[in-house]
Design a protein around this ligand. Structure first.
Ligand SMILES: Cc1ncc(C[n+]2csc(CCOP(=O)(O)OP(=O)(O)O)c2C)c(N)n1
Length: 559
């Protein structure tokens, strides 16, 4: 189960022998034993406050090892037992985290163990030690990090997570900011859904906590030196990111839905899926007044193809704009759960992430894990336990987070971006959420997932969930929550009315400004024009097609 399991078989004479060696020279015993004896001595020196430790019976010494075992068991496998899925029970994993798994029992709960030193508690009861590891590793955040090969990185993560038990303590201002971001995300989608009925949105509904998460990456990132982000993403939630993160005007989005064209280039037409493929860039101001440049890369329909493009954009800026300093700019790639698990290009890009010629100082990967790819349940879509298992090839930490716990999402992404800045490696946030409607709202998800969608139908949206929490703890009242919703709806209505009155859009297409000045999207007929040089005569083409699809008569082919 973990690297200390074998110690459970130790006998007391053996442990005593080790202790004598440790006394002579602490380095002469394994690291685990050093920590254990450190705690033991600490407890002894605590001067009788820990009566059971003072007795130091052989049985107690062996139980100390079991408690250490339990702590490491939680660090290693705690992520399998979290409350991270907002709409479904998690699968069961064995062995579980019951006390018996670690050779402990209910009767040990009030015994004081020196092993508490290992988690910063000092000598503490089993009950308190267990509560700390439960809180840290088995609530809304599941941390996978023990496969990292550098003990310093593991310790950094452990210390950070255990010190605050992975339970955020945000100021009232930050809580209100998170709620407001959620409010924007939820109301915007709902507004599009009711005003442009039947049009594809690739809605973010169910995963709206992506918006406070991105907001926080920008805030936290800027605080620790990041001046620019390049973002790559697919269809899901793109309109929400464009408006509520990148600052594209609501009016422009509504006009695009209305079928208006741009004055700059009337041939750019937003019919079909074009809205979901164009890039955008902007300058946003953080809460403390710093400026951060954001670019959203244009993307083709092919899922994950944008990943190397984003890395290339960032790498060229590191080389030519930031003099080789990757702490000034960071890539953010937003994936779908089916796409990140299924597309080979993700593996290729991840393998390139530490190579001198390609590295970008670590990518922040965020998965909108709605547990479904088109119509396919995750259990039928991948063999790995997690869609993020590719993270392990570069020993990158993964934080699986319950998307309904907006504070946990913000906390985890802040930790992830700090880790990226410190260790210059990739980090993964697996945002566990759901998809409220069909793949593009027009299709009926109940045809293929009737049970799941029965649950989703009744499930409150993430803003409702968070507002309820803030009301129950007394941070806001119901009127506050209702007001922000009403005000934002009214703002969107005004923008929609403005959008209806304009003939052509005069807002710049910002993806063609700055270094890209002079470029424009291709017009109809400019792409896919072919030349004679690649032409093949029809007869030859048909002859070839026939040859390669005809079975040779001299071979016996098994059906
Ligand atoms: C390379 C590639 N394969 C298949 C598709 C067709 N396709 C578009 S969306 C989609 C489902 C993606 O599921 P997921 O990654 O979980 O994202 P979600 O739509 O659930 O947010 C598929 C298969 C595509 N666009 N690109």
């Amino acid at each position: 189960m973990d690297n200390l399991t074998y110690l459970s078989n130790a006998d007391s004479a053996y442990v005593d022998g080790l202790y004598q060696s440790y006394k002579q020279d602490p380095q002469s015993v394994d690291f685990g034993w050093q920590k254990f004896f450190e705690g033991f001595d600490f407890g002894q020196n605590a001067g009788g406050t820990t009566s059971s430790v003072g007795e130091a019976t052989p049985e107690h010494v062996l139980k100390e090892i079991n408690v250490l075992n339990m702590i490491n068991g939680y660090r290693d496998r705690g992520h399998l037992f979290t409350h991270t899925n907002p709409v479904r029970e998690r699968r069961k994993y064995y062995p579980g985290k019951e006390l018996e798994t670690f050779g402990l029992a209910e009767a040990d709960m009030s015994t004081v163990f020196n092993a508490g030193v290992e988690v910063g508690l000092g000598p503490a009861t089993l009950k308190d030690i267990r509560q700390l590891v439960e809180d840290t590793y088995c609530r809304s955040i599941g941390a996978e990090f023990k496969y990292i090969r550098n003990p310093e990185k593991i310790k950094w993560l452990q210390d950070r997570m255990e010190a605050d038990r992975n339970m955020p303590k945000f100021s009232l201002d930050t809580k209100k900011r998170i709620l407001n971001k959620l409010n924007h995300a939820v109301v915007f989608e709902n507004f599009l859904g009711t005003k442009f009925l039947g049009q594809k949105r690739f809605s973010l509904e169910g995963a709206e906590s992506l918006i406070p998460a991105l907001d926080s990456v920008i805030e936290k990132g800027s605080e620790i030196g990041i001046q620019e982000f390049v973002i790559g993403m697919a269809h899901r939630g793109r309109l929400n990111v464009l408006t509520n993160i990148m600052g594209k005007s609501y009016k422009s989005i509504f006009s695009e839905f209305e079928g208006k064209t741009y004055a700059d280039d009337p041939e750019v037409n937003f019919g079909g899926d074009v809205k979901y493929h164009l890039g955008f860039s902007s300058e946003v101001k953080t809460n403390d007044g710093k400026s951060v440049h954001l670019s959203l890369a244009p993307n083709p329909s092919h899922l994950e193809t944008v990943d190397p493009i984003v890395e290339g954009m960032v790498r060229s800026k590191i080389d030519f704009k930031y003099d080789g300093d990757s702490s000034k700019i960071a890539p953010i790639i937003i994936h779908g759960d089916a796409a990140i698990a299924g597309q080979g290009v993700v593996y290729e890009v991840t393998q390139m992430s530490k190579l001198d010629g390609y590295k970008t100082g670590g990518t922040v990967h965020i998965v909108i894990n709605n547990q479904i790819g088109f119509t396919t349940n995750y259990k039928d879509a991948r063999s790995g336990t997690y869609c993020t298992d590719v993270a392990k090839i570069t020993s990158s930490p993964v934080f699986h987070v319950n998307g309904d716990d907006a504070e946990a999402v913000v906390y985890a992404i802040n930790l992830a971006v700090e880790y990226r800045q410190k260790y210059k490696t990739d980090v993964f946030i697996d945002l566990l959420c759901y998809r409220r409607f069909g793949h593009n709202e027009a299709d009926e998800p109940k045809f293929t997932q009737p049970l799941l969608y029965k649950i989703i139908e009744k499930h409150p949206n993430p803003k409702e969930v968070y507002a309820k929490k803030l009301i129950s703890e007394g941070s806001i009242d119901e009127a506050y929550s209702k007001n922000i919703e009403k005000e934002f709806k009214a703002e969107l209505q005004t923008k929609l009315e403005e959008a209806k009155t304009i003939e052509v859009l005069t807002e710049d297409l910002p993806m063609f400004k700055g270094a890209w000045e002079g470029l424009r999207p291709a017009k109809k007929g400019e792409v896919s024009t072919t030349t004679d040089k690649t032409k093949v005569a029809k007869d030859l083409f048909l002859k070839l097609a026939k040859e390669i699809t005809t079975l040779p008569s001299d071979k016996k082919i098994l059906p």
